[in-house]
Design a protein around this ligand. Structure first.
Ligand code: ADP
Ligand code: 2DT
Length: 212
């Protein structure tokens, strides 16, 4: 590796925490400072699998719960070759949701355990940094109404938050909790700092395997 690999940086958090806003800001900032960086998001609704997922989220179709969980995972796996290629070329990837959302959302449904939910994503490229944008439900509510997609209710979002809390107890993942209730600029400053430190730290390290 001539100039080192890029970092895999993930942003997670509940609805309206500011993930998309901050991913875009971070990519812009990294590019401004001369680093190669690209944004990705999951689900990636542009692929064939992504279109099935999108139709499910928009409630235009129904899918059995295990099935849709596996489709979300397949949607990540189908992009792994592209992700690895980019990381190895030195491009850092800033990702809006990843396997953690996958596990948190499905395990918030009745009858789903954390371990079963994690299993299809075991071995994915391991994020070098996962920033969890923490936002109290009351502040999220002030940012606008829930949309009309599946999962967009306060009861379900609370269940999802408690699953994220469980996932964040895992010391094998480099979690950083970010107070997302501040201004876009203040949140960005923290995120930029964590991301820059990570990018510098992992340059010469191999890409890890998630949950392995
Ligand atoms: P997410 O991707 O987590 O759902 P978004 O980035 O789409 O969140 O932001 C949700 C809404 O909140 C948008 O209207 C956005 O402009 C607004 N927003 C994002 N960050 C902040 C912030 N720090 N303070 C106030 N409003 C914000
Ligand atoms: P947005 O496109 O607004 O982020 O909503 N989800 C996401 C899952 O249930 N499983 C997953 O693996 C992922 C990545 C979270 C996407 C919705 O899909 C949920 C909200």
């Amino acid at each position: 590796m001539k100039c080192g690999r890029g970092a895999l940086v993930v942003l997670e958090g509940v609805d309206r925490a500011g993930k998309t806003t901050q991913c875009k800001e971070l990519v812009r900032e990294l590019q401004r400072s001369g680093r190669a960086a690209e944004m990705m998001r999951f689900p990636d609704r542009t692929t064939m699998i992504g279109q099935l997922i999108s139709s499910y989220l928009e409630k235009k179709s129904d899918l059995e719960d295990h099935t849709v969980h596996l489709l979300f995972s397949a949607n990540r796996w189908e992009l792994v070759p592209e992700m690895k290629q980019k990381l190895e070329k030195g491009i850092s990837l800033v990702v809006d949701r990843y396997a953690f959302s996958g596990v948190a959302f499905t395990s918030a449904k009745p009858g789903f355990g954390l371990e079963w939910c994690k299993s299809p994503d075991v071995g994915l490229p391991k994020p070098d940094l996962v920033m969890f944008l923490q936002l109290p439900p009351s502040v999220a509510a002030a940012r606008g109404e829930f949309g009309t997609e599946r999962y967009e209710t306060s009861v379900f979002q609370q269940a999802v938050q408690s699953k994220f809390d469980q996932l964040m107890e895992d010391p094998t993942v480099n979690w950083q909790v970010i107070d997302a209730a501040r201004s876009v600029e203040e949140v960005h400053k923290d995120i930029k700092q964590f991301a820059m430190n990570t990018i510098n730290a992992v340059e010469k390290q191999p890409i890890g395997d998630l949950w392995k």
